[in-house]
Design a protein around this ligand. Structure first.
Ligand code: FUB
Ligand code: ZN
Length: 616
């Protein structure tokens, strides 16, 4: 294992460009908008545990996790700036948790007010998922503010969980239905240095699919695959089941493999990663092909209109891929992070930062909405416009915590090398064997493919990812020696004052899917750099009559999305004036087709949309 150290987001300054704007929007709009919706919907007041049987607005069994993810996002904001008001919101939520924690360290809204006395009896009631999110929030808040109260409460809770699950084996199940606690415990271990938390996480990983109690727990669509526990994790090779649960769990596998040097577990995580990203992932980095169980299905099954591709699932894939990238010099991992962040993740939020998609389909056909009456409930299609809050509102707080901490995806290092995984205008200081090196990137990526990286201070090796989408790249170096490519990274030996200039050719490319993806047969998609494009009715009228031309002849257009739209050559099918006609009588006319970055769809009213288009 080639172990790299992550560079946390608070050690990275994002100094300009696309993500600086996104972080600013997150801080000025998204975080507070989610807070308000969570106030309105009782998610925050639920933590007071005052709900009584018979009253309306019964808390949901994972409201705790919604609040916790918001608290984590708030902590990330507090990490970088003083905001007394924000801090007092978080403190108030911590007060509620502290007041309602039992003397033995237990906190869960549902099992306090709805089903008291039944703690740890229902594997699929998200108790440990909620606990995991609370632990993550507590670590983030401690790291941001230095205040220990929340962290201490969560250490008590983790201790109780350890006693119940590992020491006494007294719960009704051995491993949780919804993973999350596993990766949270690794985080708690890294924060506190207490090995007990790492051991407990490892226990959950090792016992999954590998214990008697959890057998027969699965039912309905909650099959063993849904719960990733048909067989022991280290024997698995396919991405299965509920996609968010899966990638939270796979993230923890990568964490445990990393911390414990567990090569066997890492090999399993690698097999799963390969299966997922080569056979079960949308071009947007979306995962989860069906709403039935919000799940992976089989290789090549990637329906566009009914795609589930939950925003949280995209986040979880980025989390998994980033962890894997710390275990090997292999650009596949950071490539996937990039695919996710510019496409299937970003589409989850509106351009004004206030509303969200839960599902991120790759096609909207409004005709299919009009014929719903005849279809009845046979097919439930994803919504066509983002909303501010959902009944199941896991995605909005996940988005806000993810954007705020995006800087952690950019760099990592080992004894003598700094790795540049993502291209964002930023800088950081890294202490490696030769001393402290200052690394800075200036770029307008992904609007533009030029990236300048400067190294000053201590000499360092620099490894820069060559994105897999890039077919032509030039690299110039001053005060640095080009050492060639390894694992998809271009290595340089840099002196103090080194300057590396890279130019990734961003010409739009027409992409075709593997024949195993029947849904995309005969269709193409357009990408420019890491960004996937789509056509919308609002720009193009009937998009189903359009075909892009192989020459494209693309012109960038600024529509204010932060990344340009593209006008490309194409044809429009005019028909032959009859419902059916011989193909040689069909008329076509040349036209320009406007393509916009996929992430920006559904921001200008309800519209047809498609990523995969005809070509002619
Ligand atoms: O079950 C908790 C969260 O809600 C999951 O992570 C999401 O997929 C949604 O089901
Ligand atoms: Zn979600």
């Amino acid at each position: 294992m080639n172990k790299q150290h992550p560079i946390p987001f608070d050690k990275v300054n994002i100094t300009g460009g696309f993500w600086k704007d996104r972080i600013a929007l997150n801080e000025s709009v998204t975080l507070d908008s989610v807070r308000r919706r969570f106030e309105d919907t009782g998610r925050f007041s639920a933590l007071s545990c005052e709900w009584k049987q018979g009253e309306p607005d019964r808390p949901h069994f994972f409201y705790d996790s919604d609040a916790a993810k918001w608290m984590e996002a708030a902590a990330y904001v507090l990490e970088r700036k003083n905001d007394k008001q924000l801090e007092s919101y978080v403190e108030d939520l911590i007060d509620r948790i502290e007041r309602n924690m039992t003397p033995d360290g237990y906190f869960n809204v549902w099992y306090t007010v709805v089903e008291p006395g039944k703690r740890f009896t229902d594997r699929d009631h998200h108790e440990l998922y909620c606990a995991g999110h609370l632990i993550e929030a507590a670590v983030a808040y401690y790291e941001a503010t230095g205040k220990r109260r929340f962290l201490d409460l969560m250490c008590c809770y983790a201790g109780l969980i350890d006693d119940v699950f590992r020491r006494d084996d007294s719960a009704a199940f051995t491993t949780p239905g919804h993973p999350e606690i596993e990766l949270a415990l690794v985080r708690l271990y890294r924060c506190t240095g207490e090995k007990r938390w790492l051991d407990l996480s490892r226990f959950f990983i090792d016992k999954r699919g590998n214990n008697e109690k959890d057998r027969g727990e699965a039912s309905g669509f909650a099959s063993e695959d849904y719960l990733q526990d048909r067989i022991p994790l280290r024997d698995q090779s396919e991405a299965v089941g509920h996609s968010v649960r899966a990638c939270y769990l796979y993230s923890a596998m990568a964490d445990i493999a990393y911390e414990c040097g567990d090569i066997e577990l890492l090999a399993a995580a690698n097999r799963i990663f390969k299966n997922m990203t080569e056979h079960r992932m949308y071009i947007t980095g979306g995962i989860g092909s069906t709403r039935i169980g919000e799940a992976f299905t089989v290789d090549g099954d990637l329906p566009n209109e009914t795609a589930y591709a939950e925003t949280c699932a995209a986040i979880s894939l980025a989390m998994f891929a980033q962890r894997m990238s710390l275990t090997a010099v292999d650009s596949r991992y950071a490539d996937i992070v990039e695919r996710v962040i510019y496409n299937g993740f970003l589409s989850g939020t509106s351009l004004d930062g206030k509303s969200f998609f839960y599902e991120n389909p790759l096609s909207i056909d409004l005709l299919n909405r009009r014929i719903k009456y005849w279809r009845g409930n046979e097919v439930r299609l994803p919504i066509t416009q983002r909303v501010e809050v959902f009944d199941c509102s896991c995605c909005p707080p996940n988005v806000t915590r993810f954007v705020e901490s995006i800087g952690k995806y950019i760099y990592s290092y080992d004894s003598d090398t700094v790795y540049v995984h993502q291209f964002m205008e930023s800088d950081t200081d890294v202490t490696i064997s030769g001393g402290t090196a200052h690394i800075s990137q200036s770029t307008d990526y992904p609007s533009d493919g030029s990236v300048t990286i400067c190294v000053s201070g201590a000499p360092a090796k620099l490894a820069v990812r060559i994105p897999s989408w890039c077919r032509d790249c030039s690299a110039g170096a001053e005060r640095a020696e080009n050492l060639g490519i390894n694992g998809g990274y271009l290595f340089f030996d840099c002196e103090d004052g080194a300057k590396i200039e890279l130019d990734f050719d961003m010409s739009p490319v027409i992409i075709s899917a593997d024949p195993s993806v029947h849904e995309d047969s005969g269709k193409v998609a357009v990408m420019r750099g890491p960004v996937v494009y789509c056509a919308e009715g609002v720009d193009n009228g009937d998009i189903f009559s359009l075909a892009v031309s192989p020459e494209l002849n693309a012109e960038p257009v600024d529509l204010g999305f932060g990344i340009p739209a593209l006008d490309v050559d194409g044809t429009r099918k005019l028909g032959a004036g009859a419902l059916y006609a011989p193909a040689d009588e069909i008329k076509y006319e040349p036209t320009r087709i406007r393509l916009i970055p996929y992430f920006a769809f559904a921001n200008r009213g309800e519209s047809d949309m498609r990523v995969w288009m005809n070509i002619k």
